[in-house]
Design a binder for this molecule. Structure first.
Ligand SMILES: [Zn+2]
Length: 404
């Protein structure tokens, strides 16, 4: 059996790492910018692709520039609800059955919109798309698995004046405190809001993450927020995409209690180890990989995005996913940002299949990991039942594919 684009389109898929503000439909970005009077470098899709959302970027910071426009238009509950709804629909249209949408509520917080209102608005949009999709006869009869989702609340690793009204206010109020201290307070505040949204409003806030520029802003600055999330049984993931090597990944898993890792591109790079205490770097990496493998810490692999922000990775086949696969790590394919990276879940899978010659058996495992290692917003019993329904559906598609 060969894995064709048609097969990839049919199988149930997940996206466990997708940023709301990096995945807006461009016509929506343009419409919202006009509504709110936000200045864009272009008001047509071709112009925006040329000037902002490019195929290639020099580094992560350049990659992040487009987010200033998307967050500027997402300052109302109505806008958040709309993009949440559209993002879920775009995923449903390509056969993605489960998504975990992440966003930084504090980037959308202002005098007229609280952190919890921002989360509730996104949830309304996602919920409406779920309700519509699951109302179709094929899902209601049980012939097809339903669409499900969760929301991951991201704190910002760093922020400055101009990032959002909320951050401006916070920076002004704490003008005499060190920046690291302010970042830490903001992320702790977000965890508290997320816990409240989950318990009081029953919103499916399923996890906590850190987003934004990495270089110079280590995750350890947010150790208290992670401890707080851990204490409240909130799932945790940590971006380790650009600037962070094996030691930081170890720290993410141990000190920050990460259940999953975003990217972990440099997991195998002994040269990136800085601590003089680690004498045998090769052994350290081998032990770390063993640790990640044993605990089934799942890596959210974002191939296109990694190539765009790490120019050192020239070809897809040079990406460390090849080593992750060889080490039999738990990994799942994700988009990171559908618009900023100009990609889809299906495109990511197809790229991986072609570059690494993934077998049908392996692909099935990677897909199922996505469901199994999700931060599913329901009981473990329900999650298991859902995953079994997904596996049955997948196997039916496999059989049909063999017959065809
Ligand atoms: Zn990301």
């Amino acid at each position: 059996m060969t894995i064709t684009p048609e097969f990839i389109a049919k199988i149930p898929k997940t996206d466990l790492h997708v940023h709301l503000d990096g995945s807006l439909r461009l016509p929506t970005l343009i419409a919202l910018a006009r509504e709110r009077g936000v200045k864009l470098p272009a008001y047509d899709e071709a112009g925006l692709y040329r000037k902002v959302f490019r195929k290639k970027y020099a580094n992560l910071n350049e990659y992040l520039e487009g987010f200033a426009y998307t967050t500027a238009v997402l300052q109302t509950a109505a806008a958040l609800e709309r993009v949440g709804y559209e993002l879920a629909q775009d995923n449903q249209a390509e056969g993605v059955r489960y998504i975990e949408v992440r966003f930084a509520p504090q980037l959308h917080q202002n005098a007229n919109l609280t952190c919890i209102e921002a989360m509730a608005a996104l949830n309304r949009g996602l919920g409406r798309a779920k309700y519509e999709f699951n109302g179709r006869p094929a899902v209601r009869s049980g012939a097809e698995p339903p669409f499900e989702y969760g929301i991951i609340a991201c704190a910002m690793r760093m922020f400055d004046y101009g990032f959002s009204e909320y951050y401006d206010t916070l920076l002004r109020a704490l003008a005499h405190s060190g920046r690291k201290e302010v970042f830490s307070l903001a992320s702790q505040e977000l965890v508290r809001a997320a816990v409240e949204a989950r318990t009081r409003l029953k919103l499916p806030i399923v996890g906590f993450d850190l987003a934004g520029a990495e270089a110079g802003f280590p995750a350890e600055d947010h150790i208290q927020a992670y401890a707080l999330a851990h204490k409240h049984f909130m799932n945790k993931t940590v971006h380790a995409g650009e600037a962070y090597g094996p030691e930081s990944i170890f720290q993410a898993i141990t000190d920050l209690h990460a259940d999953r890792l975003g990217h972990a591109v440099y997991l195998f790079d002994a040269d990136m180890i800085k601590s003089p205490e680690i004498k045998d770097k090769k052994a350290y990496v081998a032990n770390l990989v063993q640790y990640v493998a044993e605990r089934r810490i799942t890596i959210e692999v974002c191939l296109t995005s990694n190539l765009q922000t790490n120019p050192a990775i020239r070809r897809l086949s040079d990406h460390s996913f090849g080593l992750m696969r060889k080490a039999k790590l738990s990994a799942t394919f994700c988009t990171d940002n559908r618009t900023v990276s100009q990609t889809t879940v299906s495109a990511e899978i197809l790229k991986a299949v072609r570059a690494f010659r993934i077998t049908p058996h392996e692909l099935k495992n990677f897909i199922i990991y996505g469901f199994k290692r999700s931060f599913f917003p329901g009981s473990y019993i329900k999650k298991r039942a859902y995953t079994h329904q997904i596996i049955d559906y997948y196997e039916r598609i496999e059989k049909d594919n063999l017959k065809a």
